[in-house]
Write a protein that binds this ligand. Structure first.
Ligand code: DAH
Length: 339
């Protein structure tokens, strides 16, 4: 019996030594120390022993049980330690690895320049107004002194939705909406999308952006228009910019003008950029037509005003020397990351 006990101890030790995980370890514990385990089955035979042998074997059995228990505890600690080391190794983070680079988004050139233009006008006390892109014939044309069959309507190829509803061809209808809703003094700019049924090429797009301006108050004169727009151009293109006003015609202003900036490239000599003109046109403007004021319930005897409208794409193209308008809408990263 003594031999059998020692044999159990030896096999248990061997099994423990070979064991590498906790599940296996528990199986060994059950096998040797469990209720139906090897040690228990030996002890069950204690009855067969002589009274002298019993305490000796009993003591030995207890000692072996204690030893095996001790060995299991030690082995458990070793396995747990090894397990943890394995995990730590697997989860190791190399803090010396270079970080992943990600590309920061930035403002589209149209947005960046529009923000600048807004800032310039906000600085001069203007508010920002907006109107719908789907307009009625009345706001886009009629109220702006462009009655049906007016020849100037043909110059703006219009996307009609019905006979009476259209995509606005200009931001000028916002003038009408502002004047209908607010009594003077009025000082607003209205940036937004406009639509014209033009074929796409380097200078045309069926969708583009305009910035409308409107000032209405008592005693507003052409001098206010010239002063305001000259300050605007100098802030946008630099103090050294030279401007000129050239007579023009718009149905909603009288008198009307176009504002030209002296070509930055040739300083008026005439070059490719200005197509030999020496000047580059940047906006249309004029004194608000008395009929337009009247259409909005503003008395032209009491109030006067000036208005202007410019194409955003053109302004940005001039600013950055971009020669193809399609670049703005193609979302090519090689183009966009340059600004
Ligand atoms: N709406 C005109 C256009 O699309 C631009 C314009 C010219 C607006 C003169 C104005 C203005 O307010 O006074 O061509």
């Amino acid at each position: 019996m003594k031999q059998a006990l020692e044999q159990i101890k030896a096999t248990a030790e061997q099994a423990l030594h070979a064991c590498t995980d906790l599940k296996e370890l528990d199986a060994i514990r059950v096998k040797f120390l469990g209720k139906k385990g090897e040690l228990t089955s030996i002890l069950k035979q204690m009855g067969k022993l002589s009274p002298e042998e019993r305490p000796v074997i009993g003591q030995l059995a207890n000692q072996i049980r204690g030893d095996i228990e001790q060995d299991i505890t030690t082995r458990m600690a070793e396995i747990k330690q090894a397990e943890m080391e394995r995990q730590l190794k697997a989860e190791k983070i190399d803090v010396t690895l270079p970080g992943q680079k990600f590309q920061m988004g930035k403002k589209h050139p149209l947005t960046a320049v529009l923000d600048e233009i807004k800032d310039i006008f906000l600085g001069m006390g203007f508010d920002i107004a907006a109107g719908p892109e789907v307009e009625t014939d009345y706001y886009n044309f009629e109220a702006l002194n462009l009655p049906k069959n007016h020849p100037a309507r043909d110059t703006q190829d219009t996307f009609y939705i019905t006979d009476n509803i259209l995509l606005r061809t200009q931001t000028s209808p916002v003038q009408i909406r502002v004047m209908e809703n607010k009594k003077p003094p009025i000082r607003v700019i209205a940036p937004g999308r406009v639509y014209r049924a033009d074929a796409v090429d380097a200078t045309h797009s069926p969708l583009f952006h305009q910035i409308e301006g409107l000032v209405v108050d008592k005693n507003v004169t052409m001098a206010d228009l010239k002063g305001t727009l000259e300050i605007f151009v100098k802030k946008l293109y630099g103090e050294e910019s030279v401007v000129r006003f050239r007579p023009h015609h718009f149905p909603f202003t009288e008198p009307s003008a176009e504002l030209d900036v002296q070509c930055f490239s040739c300083k008026g000599e005439g070059c490719r950029l200005c197509k030999g003109e020496g000047w580059i046109e940047i906006l249309g403007c004029g004194m608000v037509h008395p009929k337009v004021l009247q259409n909005c319930g503003i008395d032209p005897e009491e109030y006067s005003g000036f208005a202007f409208g410019m194409g955003l794409e053109r302004v940005v193209m001039r600013r950055y020397n971009i020669d193809d308008l399609r670049m703005f809408f193609e979302n090519d990263m090689r183009f966009l990351t340059q600004f």
